[in-house]
Design a protein around this ligand. Sequence first.
Ligand code: CA
Ligand code: CA
Ligand code: CA
Length: 199
Amino acid sequence: MKDYLWYNRFSSVDGSPRRGEPSIAEIEILANDNANGVLQLSTDSVVVSEDYVGPVINVTRTAGAFGTVTVKFQTIPGSALANVDYSVTSTDVILYGGETSKQLPIEIINDRIPERNETFLVRLLDQITGGAILGTPQEAEIMIESSDDPNGNFGFGTSSQTVTEPSDGQERQLTINLVRNSGVLGVVAVQWEARLNGM
Ligand SMILES: [Ca+2]
Ligand SMILES: [Ca+2]
Ligand SMILES: [Ca+2]
């Protein structure tokens, strides 16, 4: 990039100013280093909840912010899968002149499925237009927190049950179901106790 400064140089002879020679000087100011910017991710790790709505991660532009630049990125599925756990509406990010930050078009998909923590990667590619260069970090891990009670939530199948008292010396067995709602991942143990008259 070149910036030009033109100016007229006058000299004065006998008090009557006139234009001297040379009358015009051209000064070329070389562009500063990375005038179009250095592009990188705003962080190298993000933790979001499954119901999070908003910017997940940004491209930031440091050094210069001259002109429009674009950068491509890709996501690399891990335990989180594209179009199941997250979606990407475009693989390009555009920063216009003067813009120093822009969110990546990534959305977290909310569902009712019980899941444990899941991750995927975001990587900026060295496919940049507009004269910017790639900085660091170029890669980030996005973790979607466990959702919808992956190990289950527990309750009794009924809140009250009536039984007749057994005759003297007899026993009667009660069956009260414990119900595991939502997720059924993993082995869980539930503690319980019996109280007489709620005491
Ligand atoms: Ca999932
Ligand atoms: Ca999910
Ligand atoms: Ca879920």
